[in-house]
Design a protein around this ligand. Structure first.
Ligand SMILES: Cc1cc2nc3c(=O)[nH]c(=O)nc-3n(C[C@H](O)[C@H](O)[C@H](O)COP(=O)(O)OP(=O)(O)OC[C@H]3O[C@@H](n4cnc5c(N)ncnc54)[C@H](O)[C@@H]3O)c2cc1C
Length: 314
């Protein structure tokens, strides 16, 4: 590694001032799990690392306007174990649980992961399917970017070097919605996906027709991929498993995987179709389970035991 300065600003204002001081030679660092490896490999050679870890107020996870706000500095482990997410959006907590190992999840941050933009990562497909947006703050202002417009190319986003991901906002899902993320892991449990798929399905009031759907895939292109044509095929259709298989076939047209040690391009393309179908089926199961849980009679509060009367023994 080449020598570098290490700064630990305490506020976003100080972060921006440091970035301005060092210009394009500076690099933000959060958990460091991706950046340090890239520095060791000399793929990036910053003269200054600007740590975000002392900046307060960027790691909360809370309900906001009916949706959920996740701070850019929240760790993967915090998302995985967040009581709010486990209750309101277990699919997202589960997605972060699928990332690497506990050691990595304890350090890696939500903002760092998205800015890293490796197309094999787990969270992007789920967040895209959920309709999440990213809040990016620079010295010149704030912009909110839909996540399905955020990834530009292999390890590249539309963020400017001086923009900091301060928050990820996941909107409230409409009634009768279910969500699922599945990851194909034929090698080891802590590996990157060979193929991954996320689906968010919304049914109409009767729960017989698909009102809306969002599908996204990982590890099958230079960025995470939204399968829009497959979504179009499903919207307005009656709920039928055959339709999910057709959507899977359609999704295959949107992907462009590369052959590597996790599988050939042809194999990954086929698995993309299978995983889209399975993700849709799982999202439907999620809707049905939620409906059953809602309809189930609430357990009555336990009756207090009647006090034993004295002297009534027979
Ligand atoms: C052994 C190993 C296994 C892994 N396996 C998986 C896996 O199975 N699935 C998966 O999804 N991921 C996996 N990962 C990747 C992991 O998710 C990323 O390394 C991690 O998310 C990066 O987050 P970080 O906070 O450590 O980022 P850093 O390494 O600190 O930074 C990464 C990049 O983001 C920039 N950055 C950081 N924070 C911000 C911010 N708030 N705003 C703007 N830019 C920022 C940095 O300048 C840098 O360019 C693995 C990583 C390792 C090391």
């Amino acid at each position: 590694m080449i020598p570098f300065e290490y700064r630990t600003p305490k506020s976003l204002k100080e972060v921006h001032a440091t970035l301005q001081e060092f210009g394009s030679d500076a690099k933000l660092i959060a958990g460091g799990t991706a950046l340090v490896i890239m520095m060791k490999q000399r793929l990036v050679r910053p003269t200054c690392l600007v740590s975000l870890r002392s900046v307060r107020g960027l790691n909360g996870i809370e309900m906001k306007n009916g949706g959920i706000s996740i701070g850019g500095l929240a760790t993967h482990r915090a998302v995985e174990t967040s009581p709010v997410l486990r209750r309101r959006l277990p699919m997202l907590a589960e997605t972060y649980h699928h990332v690497a190992t506990l050691r990595v999840r304890n350090m890696a941050t939500v903002g760092g992961g998205l800015a890293h933009a490796d197309p094999n990562q787990d969270p992007p497909p789920s967040l895209i399917a959920l309709g999440a947006t990213v809040k990016a703050i620079s010295a010149n202002g704030t912009r909110v970017i839909p996540l399905d417009e955020f990834f530009k190319d292999y390890y590249e986003t539309i963020l400017n070097p001086d923009e900091i991901i301060s928050e990820v906002i996941v909107p409230k899902l409409p009634p009768n919605s279910g969500a699922a993320y599945i990851k194909f892991l034929p090698r080891t449990a802590d590996d990157y996906a060979t193929v991954s798929a996320a689906a968010v399905l919304t049914l109409d009031k009767t729960r017989k027709t698909i009102a809306d759907v969002r599908i996204a895939l990982g590890s099958v292109g230079v960025t995470p991929i939204r399968a829009r044509a497959a979504e179009d095929l499903l919207r307005g259709q009656p709920v039928k498993t055959e339709a999910f298989a057709e959507a899977g076939e359609k999704a295959k047209e949107a992907v462009d995987p590369v052959s590597d040690f996790r599988g050939s391009a042809a194999y990954k393309k086929d698995m993309a179709g299978v995983f889209v179908r399975r993700a849709l089926e799982k999202a439907l199961t999620d809707i049905r389970q939620q409906a059953r849980a809602k309809a189930a009679p609430k357990p009555k509060p336990a009756k207090k035991k009647a006090a034993k009367k004295k002297g009534t023994r027979r």
